[in-house]
Design a binder for this molecule. Structure first.
Ligand SMILES: [Zn+2]
Length: 215
């Protein structure tokens, strides 16, 4: 689904979206559930993008449905792989998540990618803002490119309804709510959550964010 002339939500990543962003450089935001690398590359090709044109892959956080194809896509594209420093040990498997996320990890084991760059150090892409939005995971990160904000797992927007993640899926519930509410400080036209559909700014969205601020 094309959101505007620079952003495409990839159809093959329904369930946990990856986004193609065509700015001065070509980047992917997140990589979807494991097992989709081939389909993602085919979709990119159908959009006129060859694997080697992807310059960077930006991970919002360490969950398996976001890093699922990072290793295969990194190999196929030769792209830089960026992640938040706090989440790296969980991506590499050096640390295990507590609680329910540990069991998800046991069931779905993506191949471990090699993180080549960390946000905050020598960020080269001036037209992409990197915003620390922790809570869902310790390093959860969102991105703004022009009037589009890629919100990762701050919330879901499914079938026209806003949903927050249950506390047991969040690393730090209070922090997650604060990060969600902090979206109110941004100027944007679209929010693109990883789960569900992109949502246009308006009274309904602002009401949802205001409600999050009260938690
Ligand atoms: Zn997710």
């Amino acid at each position: 689904m094309k959101i505007n002339e620079t952003v495409v939500q990839l159809e093959t990543t329904k369930g946990s979206h990856a986004f193609l962003v065509l700015t001065k450089q070509i980047v992917l935001i997140d990589t979807g559930m494991p097992g989709l690398a081939g389909k993602i590359l085919t979709e990119l090709q159908s959009l006129g993008i060859s694997a080697r044109e992807i310059q960077a892959i930006l991970l919002t956080h360490h969950d398996v449905d976001h890093i699922g194809n990072a290793k295969q896509l990194q190999e196929a594209t030769g792209a830089e792989l960026w992640a938040p420093a706090e989440d790296v040990p969980y991506i590499t498997g050096e640390k295990k998540r507590p609680g329910v996320k540990h069991w998800i990890e046991m069931l779905v084991r993506p191949q471990k990618p090699t993180i080549t760059h960390l946000y905050g150090t020598d960020w080269p892409y001036r037209d992409i803002s990197v915003l620390h939005a922790p809570g869902h995971t310790p390093g959860h990160t969102v991105f703004q490119i022009r009037d589009v904000v890629f919100t990762g797992d701050l919330f879901k927007f499914v079938l026209g309804r806003f949903r927050t993640f249950p506390a047991l899926m969040n690393w730090d519930q209070e922090q997650a709510m604060e990060s969600l509410a902090s979206l109110r400080r941004l100027q944007f036209e679209w929010l693109c959550p990883s789960h569900g559909s992109p949502v246009r700014n308006g009274p309904k969205l602002q009401e949802f964010l205001a409600h999050a601020a009260k938690h």
